[in-house]
Each structure stands twice: as C-alpha cells, then as structure tokens.
Design a protein around this ligand. Structure first.
Ligand code: DP6
Length: 311
C-alpha cells in the first residue's frame, strides 16, 4: 500500500501553452521535450485504512480522486513529496510533481498501468507532467480526446548527448501559475498564429534532432520560446515572467554566440533559464553563466530517463 517514485523535470523545446479542453487538459498544440537526469521530484504515497483525509495539497487531492476512481477504492493517502530544486520559479515543478504522484499512487494501490496510460493520467494532473513519464526525447501528441492525448519517446536518452544548464536566478515564486497563465493564452492576437505554425516546427525540429544538427535545433528552441513569451506578453492582462536578470542571460547568450561560443536558451513560466549546449562548451558556459548578474546557481544536466519507482 506504499510506493516511492522519482519523476524528472522535463524541459520543453516546443512549448505547451494554451488548452483545447481545460477539463481533460487537452493542449491546443503538440509539444516536445527532454527529461533531465537529476532535477526532479521524489514522492511517497501510502494508502492508509481508516485515514479520514488525504495528507496532501489541494491539487494532489484532486489527482488522488482520479486514482481512487480508477482503482475503485475509497481509501485516503499520506503523501510525502520533495523537489530537489526551487519550486514555482519556472523550473517545471508541477510536471515532475504530478508525474511522481501518478506513478507512486497507482503503484501503491497495485494498479499496473502501461507507460501510455500513466502518461494520460499524469496529463490530467498537469499537462506537462505527461512528458515526464516516458524516457529521453519525448513528444506529446495533442490528440483529440482523453484516450489519444499522451506523450511518447521519440528518441532514446543515448541518441544525442546534449547538455542542459539550469540557470537559477532567484528563488522567488512566480505570481501567476502556469494553469492561470494558460487560461489567458487565447486573449493574445498572436495565439492563433503560433498554433498555425507549430506542426511544421515540430516536423523541422524532429528532423534536426535526428540529424543531431545543433544549430538548427537550437534556433527552433529559441524561436518557439520567444513565440510563447510573445503570446504571454500580449495576453490580456499581459504576463511577464522575466526578471531583468533573465534578459541579461538572453543577451549574454547572443553575444557569446557571435563570438563563437554556441548555446541556445529556453524559458518557462518564471525567471529561470535553461541553456542547451554541446559537451565541448559546457565548462566554459557554466563558468561564464555563473559570473552573470543575479545568477545564484548553474546546474549541469543531461538528457535522462522518465519516471521510475524507487521503492
Ligand atoms: C511554460 O503543464 O504547468 O512550462 O496543464 O495547467 O498544469 P497545466 O500547465 P503546465 O504548463 C507548462 C507550461 C510551460 C511549457 C511546457 O512545459 O510545455
């Protein structure tokens, strides 16, 4: 009746921003991501007979309700969860958190779900969580209903050794959650434009990843990040997740690139920045990034596996 799971943070190269169906958490567009090796959430779930209330926050309780429905049980659970990184600052804590909860809670009650069904279930908790279930390079096909909207591995971990640097600028939590921000996406005049171009962008980035073409992959990552932030900035009300230091990192990356030190950035709903680079430039970039104004920490990451049981 007890299980512990780890789920990694996943970083979207093509972002999920805006929903087609809010209740089923069907996204307006397909998205693509990589899992990280170290940053993530460890969650232990124990279903306890006689317990009156779940020991968990509201969002988790709603997810436990779904699992109770699936397993046809009426037990409550004790949940202990820990992120090994600052939460709520654009490092995707809801993705790793809800993916770890999905795996631990279903395993603890003896439900043996396929990766596909785990991904579908995690999606209902937080859209991006469905991408923390499969291994390596992942695509979430938006689908058209609850059954066909889930994430799958498109390339294994070993396909391409790209490095991801998580640049942590501040531990301050964002004011508008991803869920609330997404609800505003459609108020931006650029939302439809972004969606129109996305299938083509996904085809192009998959080809670039297949060929291990770093420049092409990086350019698409940045383009889509800036597209999404343009939608955020032009939503009503306008959303700005960046701090001045965030812009500082973007400008430094562009400058270094001109000088031949190549890397590309992406940013979620928060101030922190993820930087993609090749192994040969990793040490130099960590050193340079660490010296930028406002940088608290730079974490070194690689492409990693999806969610797994620890106990
Ligand atoms: C900017 O998955 O957190 O990180 O489905 O409402 O829980 P909900 O949203 P969430 O949104 C993630 C937004 C993003 C982009 C991405 O990871 O694709």
């Amino acid at each position: 009746m007890k299980a512990t799971a780890f789920a990694p943070v996943n970083v979207a190269l093509i972002k999920y921003w805006g929903k087609g169906d809010e209740k089923l958490r069907l996204p307006a567009n397909s998205s693509l991501s990589v899992n990280l090796t170290k940053m993530g959430t460890v969650t232990t779930v124990e279903w306890v007979k006689g317990l009156k209330q779940d020991g968990a926050d509201e969002r988790m309780i709603r997810h436990l309700d779904r699992i109770r429905g699936l397993a046809q049980i009426n037990l409550r659970a004790k949940v202990v969860t820990e992120n090994n990184f600052p939460a709520g600052a654009g490092l995707s804590s809801s993705a790793s958190g809800l993916a770890a909860l999905t795996l631990a809670a279903t395993a603890a009650i003896g439900l043996k779900l396929s990766k596909k069904d785990l991904s579908r279930l995690a999606r209902l908790g937080s859209g991006s969580a469905c991408r923390s279930i499969p291994n390596g390079w992942v695509e979430w096909q938006k689908g058209s209903d609850d059954k066909n909207s889930y994430a799958q591995t498109i390339f294994p971990v070993k396909h391409w050794d790209l490095r991801i640097l998580a640049v942590i600028l501040s531990q301050q939590e964002k004011k508008v959650s991803s869920t609330d921000g997404q609800a505003l996406a459609k108020t931006s005049p650029f939302f439809k434009e972004r969606i129109k171009g996305i299938d083509k962008k996904i085809i192009n980035i998959k080809q670039a990843i297949k060929e291990k073409n770093f420049k092409k992959t990086g350019e698409i990552i940045e383009e889509d990040c800036l597209n999404m932030h343009a939608v955020m900035l032009t939503s009503q009300p306008s959303l700005m997740y960046w701090l001045p230091e965030t812009v500082g990192v973007i400008q430094a990356i562009r400058e270094w690139r001109e000088q031949g030190l190549e890397s590309y950035f992406t940013i979620n709903t928060g101030q922190n920045v993820f930087v993609f680079c090749e192994p040969k430039n990793e040490d130099k970039l960590v050193d340079e990034l660490s010296h930028l104004r406002g940088v608290i920490e730079v974490r070194r990451e690689k492409v990693g596996l999806g969610a797994r049981l620890l106990a």
